[in-house]
Design a protein around this ligand. Sequence first.
Ligand code: NAP
Length: 339
Amino acid sequence: MNVSAIVIHEFGTPVEVVRVENIEVPPLDAEGAWVRVLASPINPADINVLEGKYPNRPELPGTPGMEGVGVVEKVGAEVKTLRVGDHVMLPHGLGCWREAAVIAEAEKLHVVPREVAVEQAAMLRVNPATALRMLRDFTTLAEGDFVIQNAANSAVGRLVIQIAKANGWRTISLVRRPELIEELRALGGDVVLLDNDEVKDQIKAATGGVPVKLALNCVGGDSALRLANALAPGGTLVTFGAMSRQPVRIPNGLLIFKDLRCRGFWITEWYRHASHAEESAMFAELFALAKRGLLHTPVERVYPLRDAVAAVKHAMQSQRGGKILFGAPEIAAQFSPQT
Ligand SMILES: NC(=O)c1ccc[n+]([C@@H]2O[C@H](COP(=O)([O-])OP(=O)(O)OC[C@H]3O[C@@H](n4cnc5c(N)ncnc54)[C@H](OP(=O)(O)O)[C@@H]3O)[C@@H](O)[C@H]2O)c1
């Protein structure tokens, strides 16, 4: 059977390589499920995939889209844990910018509670999981401990603020635009500052000298250095993004005299090693937070697949007010400019 999908035949300028085509999906077998895709975001990593600059990319021709959520429309005879109508997280690396898919091992799908909005569920697998894992897996934070981050207005940055708050950890968030300071404070950010050369003294004043154990870097360059300078001796700098495309340069003195630990994080690797039980436990935690109204990622617009070029162009604009997603017609209609 054929379904509509975004297909790339070559890597290059993102708006030039995306095309909408019909692709064939395999027949449903006894252990599979037919899932109609409801929503799938365009993340910065997807743009890197289109450019051919991401390590994990589809074989060509192929369909991009790292995460999304769908609704089960048919199940194979052997599938006991899913019902028609269930909302499910799409598997990592499926190529989610498509109308529908047949999922081979359907019982491995994670069912999304109905209280979690479709567009929010579509964005849980990458960014909230990244924020949670980085806060949990590199150092043990006690109640009241500080974590510092840059590009705090990013989807990940906003999630770090919310997850930290829910766990009693305090955040220092650096942003490049002053108009974001109040907004991130309202979201729960304890200290929100402009990411510039004055920030060192401002951090000291705001924390009262309480040591900062963990820094989350998604910018690189001078901004990463400001995070490293804010860390206490023995603190950990975790790099997970490179929005400025500038390298991270750590002065020798910070390594020798402060014994800073420089680590990296990639959620794709986490999923590669995680057991199904570990994935389930993490999603249970994320769903519970989402049900409390946390982990909300603002959405600027949802496009139907047929508007692939406009959607990718929009996703590449900086200073947006929220994420850009692809969505089934009923979801796109909820987030069109008229609504
Ligand atoms: N390693 C992993 O597993 C992993 C997982 C998820 C995400 N990521 C990475 O995390 C980063 C953020 O992803 P996201 O989905 O949260 O992004 P997003 O919501 O699209 O936000 C991008 C952010 O980057 C900021 N920014 C853009 N260009 C910048 C520059 N030159 N200097 C400083 N800041 C800049 C933007 O600031 P304004 O708001 O001021 O425009 C915005 O806050 C990306 O690099 C992504 O690839 C990595």
